[in-house]
Design a protein. Sequence first.
Lengths: 262, 248
Amino acid sequence: MIEVEHLSKKFKDFTAVNDISFKVQPGELFALLGPNGAGKSTTIKMLTTLLKPTTGKLSLNGHDVVKEQDKTRQSFGIVFQDPSVDVDLTAYENMELHAVMYHIPSPQIKERIKDLLTMVELWDRRDNLVKTFSGGMKRRLEIARGLLHHPKVLFLDEPTLGLDTQTRNLLWDYVGNLAREKEMTILFTTHYLEEAEANANRIAIIDHGKLITIGTAEELKKQTKTDSLEKAYLELTGKQLRDEEVSLGEAWRERHRSRNMR
Amino acid sequence: MSVIFILWLRQIKKYLRSKSRIVGAVGQPLLFLLALGYGLGSVYKAAGRGDYLQFLVPGIMAQTVLFSSMFYGAMIIFDRQFGFLKETMVAPVSRLKIMLGGALGGATTSVIQGVLVFIISLGLGFRPHNWGFALLALVFMSALAIGITSFSSGIGSFVQDMQGFQAINQFLVFPLYFLSGALYPLDHVPAWLRIIAEINPISYTVDAMRWSMLGVSKFGIWHDCIALALTLIVLITFGAIRFRHIEA
């Protein structure tokens, strides 16, 4: 469903992604792990047409990601690491906007929105402005929105960051169901290794832009002769701390957050 | 429903929900009308030029549309900072449609602002010479608004923060506005100022506005229309090309 062949991305002299190759099967829950700045987000950006690869081949749902951008875009849904809903619109309006941009036939729009908002338990709040929502509610809305056009592939970039345990469990139950019952292919990143261990069929670990290893949690533990995924992960990536270049949007929010706290 | 329509509607809804934006964008022109209209009115009259308020109102309407439309570019920067831009960037629609939908929405709200200023001016004693011709001002305001929102979309697509955006406003748009003849007649100005005014597209918009409201024109209405049409084409092309390279 997803094929990555010899993918590289260079920014001037810095190589963010260095000759990565892997395949994700239909219906698979696939985890992409790695320290900050390892190249996870850059890889996802290239897979989702937000960045052009320097070299390499990408295919998603049978479409060439670089040459068939719109067909690729129609095939995946994504929940970004940072919120990407319009807070000045209502939950319903955010969904409707997405439905129109993804060419969902008008007669089906209302029913699909109702089903998904009911599922994430936001149907009663559909006419509230999103700025009144908590972080968890926004994340649920984004998941519902990402599924609205029935994507074949779902990208989740740190989907549980900052969520409480209840919401996290609910999210993984739901995502697991999507993969099993709807045969949706799901690629996610996370820093919570127990989530990857509990939910992913296979795990890829990348660091310094390179793919270090790929396999089931059991295989990774066996490979490193450790008894938990966390130990295996630290064995493979080392204990050194990493710096990460932040995107402009993140930097701006960070600045304002610290200003508000002062 | 089409993509352009829903993106247009988004801008309209956001505008109508932001009372502070409506009030703020009318407040500045009102200040200009009061401070300049009353402040300079007597000097203008003493110089034998007649009623300054009549002269000023079409210029202030153009100013309102110009600055509201420039503000649309800031909306794109906010969309980037609050993450919504990414949602549109991964959608299977052409960048041109995304640019046009938003720009048309921004243009509509700017024209509404211009009309609000017109209504306030009526309260201050302004009267168009002919109501039928005054309606044509809507056409000129729309042309200016669509041109400038396309331009500011292009700017917003590569300027990364509000500071950079403000710099372009200060060094490009403000000078063009002040040198356009919106605030004073261009009849007896020094030659350098007249030349700048004659290559400045804002001058032609202001002149066309004055023609529709007062029935007088410096450059001639056909000149104005041609200049406005050319400006519109150049600005939309600029916006469309820049917006194609936008990165979330």
